[in-house]
Write a protein that binds this ligand. Sequence first.
Ligand code: MN
Length: 241
Amino acid sequence: MRKVSLVDFHCHLDLYPDHETAINRRENAKTYTLSVTTTPQAWPQNRNLTTGKCYVRAALGLHPQVVAERASEISLWKEYLPETRYVGEVGLDGSPDHKDSLELQKDIFADILKTCAKEGNKVLSVHSVRAVKDVLDLVEANLPVDRGSVVLHWFTGGKKQLQRAIEMNCYFSFNADMLETARGKEVVSVVPLERILTETDAPFTKLPDIECAVELIARVRKLPETEVYEAIKENLKTLLL
Ligand code: MN
């Protein structure tokens, strides 16, 4: 029997057909959940539906994949930032479909990081697909370690950038889909146990299942699952101190 609550530090509950029901399910299951958003326009509804919840938090996002069309919403993002400690989904996407806007994405992400540094104490869920080096460069330049915390969501970078991200005090959230790949297994074998979190990235994953993610982490790390559950809960506590 599982004794500790699950942690889903990156999912998109506002993309479910019934947003409110999705939040209430997580709340009733006592799953510590960070529900990220893609546009600041979605913030008021996310804020309102999560107010007073014990387990579900909403994060204020401006997703790199929508920056090409929505860069001007950065002013709205800044307006809402004082209302929350949680920021995401933000970051960079250098994959073929979004490469054309990469320079604009960098400007927006740098602005987001600077604004977070100014306010302080923010926790960011960061997307870094095919842009890990740029993400780390911008974080290093704009968000001092004592001004905010970065959780790299679905990290797929190589060894060198992984080592660098670890040295920069980043956390990593792992989902079951990525843990089924060779790269995902390699990343989770290297990241210190005290920097590991779980996520589902639902509804975008085939296996939006935290217990499955924990099982895969435990297998790679050769640890009992109970130890992994405890570590993740401890890590969440430390991150949010
Ligand atoms: Mn996502």
